[in-house]
Design a protein around this ligand. Structure first.
Ligand code: ASP
Length: 307
């Protein structure tokens, strides 16, 4: 598996084995800064150039990859699709071939099409790190989510995780389902019927579906809220207020979960749609810990691929 990571990069969680995931999580722990410190500075990527190619908007993921690349002593260049030749009609493969001719050592890429990094990886002899492809996967998000859970709980095995919101369009949900299921967590997926495809119950062992927030939250150890992906919805979406009434997380919901529950969200959060400010800013929220772990996890991934 290690060699595959080095040659192919990180395309998804589905094809990773549990041992490799555990190693990445352990290494990410090593990269976590202590109180009042910043991330360690190493030279593992010295002389290595990474291109970060973002065809979709990003704040957390892009900046954390950039910080990770620099803290590891590598060089990096970030390109947003709006500023690149794709806006002049260049195809994805032509853009990637052009970039590859400039001899980077790896490409981190985000794309609106599910499967785009896998497609590119078949054409280029360069490790590709998937920073989110359509509704398919967001592997580094699932790794940082697992790191965050393990900072609060001893194990993922047997943990009750409620993933709530726009499951249909969420690559975050899919990567998390793969990862959590490999470690034996019990997962309940909850959302409005139109955003909760029935076939996801068969996606991995330990997954069940519910349309009811109260049912999904009962006894949960982890609540993972998801953003409503308006950019991927073609039918008119529910109004924010209507959505919030049925699927927005409020303090009374948190009461239904286990007393030591943690509340997560991959960001960007929409207060008053997916969750209330009381919950987002409460002691139970680990949303900023997730952001912090984003850098540590991406350092571990890049070091493993390029170090
Ligand atoms: N930032 C995450 C992603 O890119 C979650 C989201 O945008 O809702 O998938």
């Amino acid at each position: 598996m290690a060699d595959l990571l080095k040659t192919r990069g990180l395309l998804d969680i589905e094809s990773l084995d549990r041992g490799t995931i555990q190693e990445l999580l352990d290494r990410a722990k090593f990269f976590q800064p202590g109180p009042g410190e910043t991330y360690k500075r190493l030279e593992s990527l010295k002389g290595k150039t990474t291109v970060n190619l973002f065809f979709e908007a990003s704040t957390r993921t892009r900046v954390s990859f950039e910080i990770a690349e620099r803290r590891l002593g590598g060089d990096s260049i970030s390109i947003a699709a709006q500023g690149s030749s794709t806006s002049k009609g260049e195809s994805l493969v032509d853009t990637l071939n052009t970039l590859a001719a400039m001899r980077p050592h790896a490409v981190v890429m985000r794309h609106a099409a599910s499967g785009a990094p896998q497609f590119v990886s078949r054409h280029l002899k360069l490790p590709i790190v998937n920073a989110g492809d359509g509704t398919h996967e967001h592997p580094t998000q699932a790794l940082l989510d697992a790191r965050t859970i393990l900072d609060h709980r001893p194990t993922l095995t047997g943990l009750r995780v409620a993933i709530i919101g726009d499951i249909a369009h969420s690559r975050v949900a899919r990567s998390n389902i793969h990862l959590l299921s490999k470690f034996g967590a019990d997962i309940v997926l909850c959302g409005p019927p139109s955003l909760l495809p029935q076939e996801l119950a068969q996606m991995a062992p330990g997954v069940r579906l519910s349309w009811n927030m109260q049912d999904a939250l009962a006894g949960a150890d982890v609540i993972m809220m998801l953003r409503v992906q308006l950019e991927r919805q073609y039918e008119s979406p529910m109004l924010a207020s209507e959505y919030f009434r049925f699927y927005g997380l409020r303090p009374e919901h948190v009461e239904l979960a286990s007393p030591h529950v943690i509340v997560m969200h991959p960001g960007p959060i929409n207060r008053g749609r997916e969750l209330s400010s009381e919950v987002a800013d409460s002691q139970r929220s680990v949303i900023l810990n997730q952001v912090e772990n984003g850098v540590a996890v991406r350092m571990a991934v890049l070091e493993r691929i390029l170090g």
